[in-house]
Write a protein that binds this ligand. Structure first.
Ligand code: GDP
Ligand code: IMO
Ligand code: MG
Length: 442
């Protein structure tokens, strides 16, 4: 660790911030911190299922659709092609930020003309699918319509993009076909008697489209023009690598490419453009919703982490499941994302434990596994193998340098870094912007 290259934030090229667990790692805080050194803030995947928290001087902001970098002055924020857009949520977020003195104009925010739009029938489908699934098959989604919207995008027959909101006749025709199909599905598959009216929806979404018109453009072309002009881009991952549609703990995943690979397709940039990436982890693990979680602590220790870390969903308010750090899962995510540095957050939350466990291997039927399991059934047979580290008692909230940390806390960070084989760039000791340690040496 000591020999790791120091991270010089002011000199970073285009960089992405990727969660290496099941989401809520603290990506919002890291984007806000790094944004000082960047010009563009880009969300490229997911939608209003995300909830990114930024705390500035005691003021708390929760961003769902908007890139977190928008909170900094002079930043151009982009919602790129790979994200899905819920216009009502976005406009609500813009209005609420304006009320708090953060001005959002088309000079500061652009939305891809190719991003798919989330409609009320997507949210309904999300809810009905969850309500009617057998107990063990429920995914515990955020009910934001994300899965159905991405499914319609991929099916091609039913997808609607932001550019479609700007062409009235076309949108009316398209919604007439789509809504007839959706209503038929709701009636036959879910015995739902509520139906959507295509014309009412078209009126509503054409009006929303008019409000969004000044923001909608070809963000891929814009991004490339800006990069050519020398401006630096910070790409903000949503969700976490273990929720990735391809690489995550399927089917208990989200519907987008949340692991490192998503940035290129989602933003429309070649992979070679990304010069560094920050893998964000918490010093323990959390998960909201259903699915495998080998280190989950369904006991008083888990409750203690939840209480100390305020582990309740930013989007849904649900209590997050809590457990020890899973170095097997995070190493798998690091392998996919190839982070140049780690940001380890919530180190402060672990103060007060006499001992802290870290899962360093998975055992199945007496044998150690070499690979990350493919499905939930495999996970049900897994036993985590723990290494136990000594804890520390001191409150870390006021620590501002590695030297301020108790030796045990420093060793714990080193342990995670060694297990993931990635140097540490940032340590979080509280939600506030200032509660951050920029690591020079461990
Ligand atoms: P994101 O979705 O990855 O942006 O993360 P969330 O905002 O959903 O959840 C992270 C939570 O942890 C938020 O409430 C943050 O304010 C908070 N947070 C971030 N870093 C730290 C830290 O180092 N210590 C503590 N105690 N809280 C943190
Ligand atoms: P951020 O960006 C944590 C989880 C849901 C559910 C699964 C599928 O704040 O880290 P979805 O609504 O996407 O179909 O739900 O994914 N999930 C998240 N968990 N943080 C998120 O985003 C999440 N976005 C989705 O809880 O388990
Ligand atoms: Mg979150």
């Amino acid at each position: 660790m000591g020999s790791a290259a120091r991270m010089d934030f002011s000199k970073l090229g285009h960089t992405c911030v990727i969660g290496l667990q099941w989401g809520d790692e603290g990506k919002g805080k890291i984007v806000d911190l790094l944004m000082e050194h960047f010009d563009l803030s880009v969300r490229y995947s997911g939608g209003a299922n995300a909830g990114h928290t930024v705390v500035i001087g005691g003021d708390k902001f929760a961003l769902h659709q908007l890139p977190s970098g928008i909170l900094r002055k002079n930043v151009l924020a982009i919602i790129a092609v790979g994200a899905v857009l819920d216009p009502g949520v976005l406009l609500g977020e813009i209005a609420s930020l304006r009320q708090r003195g953060i001005d959002i104009t088309p000079e500061r925010l652009r939305i891809s003309d190719r991003a798919h739009v989330v409609f009320p029938y997507h949210r309904r489908e999300d809810m009905l699918a969850e309500q009617t699934a057998r107990a063990g098959d429920k995914l515990g989604t955020t009910a934001r319509g994300i899965g159905p919207c991405y499914a319609d995008k991929v099916s091609r027959h039913w997808g609607v993009r932001t550019c479609d909101l700007l062409r009235p006749d076309h949108l009316r025709e398209r919604l007439a076909t789509i809504v007839a199909y959706k209503n038929a599905v709701f009636r036959s598959a879910y015995e739902s008697r509520e139906v959507f009216d295509a014309q009412v929806l078209a009126d509503e979404y054409l009006a929303l489209g008019e409000q969004l018109r000044p923001y909608i453009c070809d963000t891929t072309a814009l991004l490339h023009r800006e990069m050519k002009a020398g401006r630096r881009v910070l790409f903000e991952g949503a969700q976490g690598s273990l929720l990735d549609i391809d690489h995550g703990t399927y089917p208990y995943v989200t519907s987008s490419s949340a692991a490192g690979g998503g940035v290129s397709s989602g933003a429309g940039v070649p992979p070679s453009v990304i010069q560094s990436s920050l893998g964000v982890v918490k010093a323990y693990s959390t998960r909201v919703g259903a699915g495998p979680f080998p280190t989950e602590l369904a006991d008083v220790t888990g409750d203690t982490i939840r209480t100390r870390g305020h582990e309740f969903g930013t989007t849904t308010g649900r209590p997050r499941r809590c457990g020890w750090f899973d170095a097997v899962a995070a190493s798998y995510a690091a392998m996919l994302a190839g982070p140049t540095h780690l940001a380890i957050l919530h180190l402060d939350t672990l103060s007060g434990f006499a001992e802290i466990d870290v899962c360093v291997a998975y055992r199945r039927k007496g044998r150690l596994l070499n690979e990350f399991p493919a499905d939930a059934y495999d996970f049900s047979e897994i036993e985590p193998v723990y290494e136990t580290a000594p804890g520390w008692a001191a409150d870390l909230g006021a620590c501002r340098s590695v030297g301020d940390l108790p030796r045990e806390a420093r060793d714990y960070v080193t342990l995670i870094s060694r297990r993931l084989n990635v140097p540490v760039g940032i340590i979080g000791v509280g939600p506030g912007r200032e509660q951050t340690i920029f690591v020079e040496e461990l």
